[in-house]
Write a protein that binds this ligand. Structure first.
Ligand SMILES: [Zn+2]
Length: 263
């Protein structure tokens, strides 16, 4: 499953999209820290290499609208942190992006698609199907029609490239179906000069999830659809021997790019 020796390599730049200043810890790490609130960032990634610029997850929408749609959550999504601003800080415009990837279709990962006209968005077919008609418990997090909302990703529905399972979408770049958090969640395995790196989406929300607690090797997120699938996905990730970048951990933002030079 590892990349061929002469595969293309990429550098990975985390992009900060804002934060959940007071997020329930027991949602991030199930059955731990009930009632404890933690500050949790929302992170996407820019991949550069192989003559490509690729975006993984486009983050949440504007603060005011997100506040209206998700009134039970404390949020801080400053304009200057949205995906277009984050790319501009890297000297890139939306038209410079070759294609994009949604790890899954929870609202904090898939707004702003319309800022990338004509560009392809890779997503798992099983995620799209569930997002249209999720359990009521998950209707808000998908901004689903049954919650009276229109999912943000529908604005780019004609640009979706739906895939089914594990697919090499480019030289040195592989999508891996990792259900559990959602039915069609996917991770992005990226070849780097320092070995494979995994953009884990919400399959690993924070390093604490991956590192476990001494009793459990890894900690599930309380936001999930199936723990057996989740467990199998974590085992699938273990087998990769990859460096992991979660999507809601400040530690990821401590380095401007990956792989870290001189490490
Ligand atoms: Zn999620």
């Amino acid at each position: 499953m590892s990349f061929k020796k002469d595969s293309a390599t990429y550098t990975i730049t985390p992009m900060y999209y804002g934060r959940f200043p007071s997020y329930e810890k027991s949602t991030l790490q199930m059955m731990t820290g009930q009632g404890v609130k933690v500050d949790s960032p929302s992170i996407g990634f820019l991949l550069k290499g192989n003559n490509r610029n690729i975006v993984v997850d486009t983050g949440p929408g504007p603060q005011e609208e997100m506040g209206r749609l998700h009134p039970t959550l404390e949020i801080d999504f400053p304009k200057e942190a949205n995906v277009v601003a984050a790319l501009a800080a890297e000297g890139l415009q939306p038209q410079d992006i070759d294609y994009l990837i949604f790890t899954h279709l929870h609202w904090d990962h898939c707004w702003n698609g319309e800022k990338f006209p004509g560009k392809t968005f890779y997503v798992q077919k099983s995620e799209v199907i569930y997002a249209l008609d999720p359990l009521e418990l998950h209707a808000n997090v998908y901004e689903a029609p049954k919650a009276g909302m229109t999912p943000a990703w529908l604005r780019v529905v004609q640009q979706l490239k739906m895939i089914d399972g594990d697919v090499d979408i480019d030289d040195g770049l592989r999508l891996l179906l990792t259900p559990g958090h959602t039915p069609g969640g996917q991770c992005v395995l990226v070849n780097t000069t320092d070995g494979p790196c995994l953009l884990a989406g919400d399959t690993v929300m924070q390093y604490e999830n991956w590192e476990g607690n001494g009793t459990q090797k890894h900690l599930f997120s309380a936001a999930h659809v199936n723990l057996l699938d989740f467990d199998a996905s974590l085992k699938k990730i273990e087998a990769l021997n990859a460096f992991i970048l979660p999507s809601h951990d400040y530690k990821v933002l401590e380095n401007k790019t990956y792989p870290v030079k001189g490490k």
